[in-house]
Design a binder for this molecule. Structure first.
Ligand code: PFF
Length: 459
């Protein structure tokens, strides 16, 4: 049941822009390099690329299809599609789990996005000039220790997210992504050029693209799989919510290929550049953890001729990239409250934004006052939240989406909704969705989670 009907985006490019805006974010620029560093480099990159191709792309198509068919937010969409497919109501739990995962991810995402606000200011003030590895570490640690400041930026970023959602997704989003993506790529190439010239580019390439079998682990594979969902914004309904605004005559397959390619390119370029600087800077190691980008890039910017300007523009871009992602984390819930109960978008975004903000307090203090407090499996609050939402809830949500579209939606429905697809895409996609994607997710979920648990119980 719903009180309000949906609008459809006018321009063809809008979905691509919005989905790319959602996909490209801190996941590519901040997270991908540091988890690659923590999980052995090349082996991790290879697994991540395989997961994007075999699980991410097919599931993204499925999510768009569901959203576009139902033209509703993910909770109502799954409920209505269950009715159309004659499937058990329990499937609609999918939508609820997605909204919950979105709130959990948003809660720590705005904390990290808050760091990027602080770093934009530091760049503007020229604080990176002449930094070396140790000084950069010290600068970052002084921010983390200042929980008041981290809290302040977390609050600001949450309010920024609420503001755009209250305005409505199109107005704020389209305008920013349209100029942001070209500029982001331009800057990334500048950064890459500088990394080739000044960094240890060869070691970086070797680290990212040569892999040793002994570097592979089940836990690393689980993190790579979770990240393929995280980076493409899958498994929680964000892309489903955006798909619900997509015109019916647009090809889903080619759109998904564009979004996934852009997203992967950004991650790989940032990764190669960051590791080139890491290997050229004493005092910084690939396994530095969540601070990797924040300690590495200021050293690079601080020693470039025009580094103050490039550094400023770069961090502002990261803020924008994060912003277009946080919006999509909250959109499913906001659209649900609005369409189901007629709650205004302003009230709905304030309410859900507040819940995510409050949950985020645990992550604010994970880097200082509560650094030693272990929540799950020996992990602090921030790591626990990320692990459960990213590595368990997103893959689980994605697997259920694959199973639902693969097995429950009738052929006529799918054929009708995907009539603009190239035949080969369609023929390849359905079996992958039915068998390969769900089996792979299940395999890596089970093998990835048990060792983590066993470690804790045995120790
Ligand atoms: N894809 C975003 C990133 O890589 O930063 C994060 C994200 C956005 C995850 C939206 C999930 C989501 F629904």
């Amino acid at each position: 049941m719903r009180l309000k009907q949906h609008v459809i985006w006018g321009q063809r490019g809008s979905f691509i822009l919005a989905a790319t805006g959602s996909a490209v974010g801190l996941g590519n620029i901040w997270k991908f390099p540091y988890i690659t560093g923590e999980n052995g480099g090349g082996a991790f990159v290879l697994m991540y690329l395989l997961f994007v191709a075999t699980i991410g792309i097919p599931i993204m198509m499925a999510e768009i299809l569901m959203g576009r068919r139902a033209r509703a937010n993910p909770i109502i969409a799954t409920q209505e599609l269950c009715e159309q497919a004659g499937a058990h109501k329990a499937w609609s739990g999918l939508g609820w789990m997605g909204v919950l995962a979105g709130l959990m991810i948003l809660s720590f995402y705005t904390v990290i996005a808050g760091w990027t606000l602080e770093y934009s200011l530091l760049a503007i003030e020229g604080k990176f000039t002449g930094l070396d590895g140790d000084a950069s570490n010290a600068l970052f640690n002084s921010l983390l220790a200042d929980s008041g400041k981290v809290l302040q930026w977390h609050t600001v970023f949450t309010l920024m997210t609420i503001a755009i959602l209250a305005l409505g997704v199109t107005r704020g989003l389209e305008a920013s992504v349209r100029w942001m993506m070209p500029l982001l790529f331009l800057l990334l190439f500048v950064l890459l050029g500088y990394a080739i010239k000044e960094g240890d580019f060869e070691t970086s390439l070797r680290f990212m693209f040569s892999f040793k079998l002994e570097d592979m682990s089940w836990e690393g594979a689980l993190v790579a799989m979770g990240h393929s969902f995280f980076t493409l914004s899958l498994g929680m309904g964000a892309i489903m919510a955006y798909g619900s605004y997509m015109p019916s005559n647009q090809s889903v397959g080619s759109t998904v290929l564009i979004v996934a390619t852009l997203d992967t390119l950004v991650a790989l370029i940032v990764g190669v550049a960051i590791f080139a600087f890491v290997f050229a800077t004493p005092g910084i190691s690939p396994g530095a953890g969540p601070g990797l980008m924040f300690v590495t890039l200021p050293v690079a910017f601080g020693n470039m001729g025009v580094g103050a300007i490039i550094g400023t523009v770069f961090f502002v871009m990261v803020v924008l990239a994060a912003w277009t992602s946080t919006i999509s984390l909250l959109e499913p819930g906001v659209a649900y409250l609005n369409e189901r109960f007629g709650v205004s978008r302003i009230i709905a975004s304030l309410l859900l934004g507040f819940i995510a903000w409050a949950l985020g307090l645990g992550s604010v203090y994970s880097f200082n006052d509560w650094a030693d407090v272990q929540i799950l499996w020996g992990k602090n609050f921030f790591d626990s939240m990320d692990f459960v939402a990213t590595n368990i809830m997103l893959p689980l949500g994605g697997m259920l989406i694959a199973l639902f579209v693969g097995w429950k939606l009738r052929d006529e429905i799918i054929l009708h909704d995907l009539k603009f697809e190239a035949a080969w895409i369609f023929r390849l996609w359905r079996p992958v969705l039915k068998y390969l994607s769900p089996i792979a997710v299940l395999l890596f979920l089970i093998n990835g989670i048990f060792p983590v648990m066993r470690k804790v119980f045995v120790e």
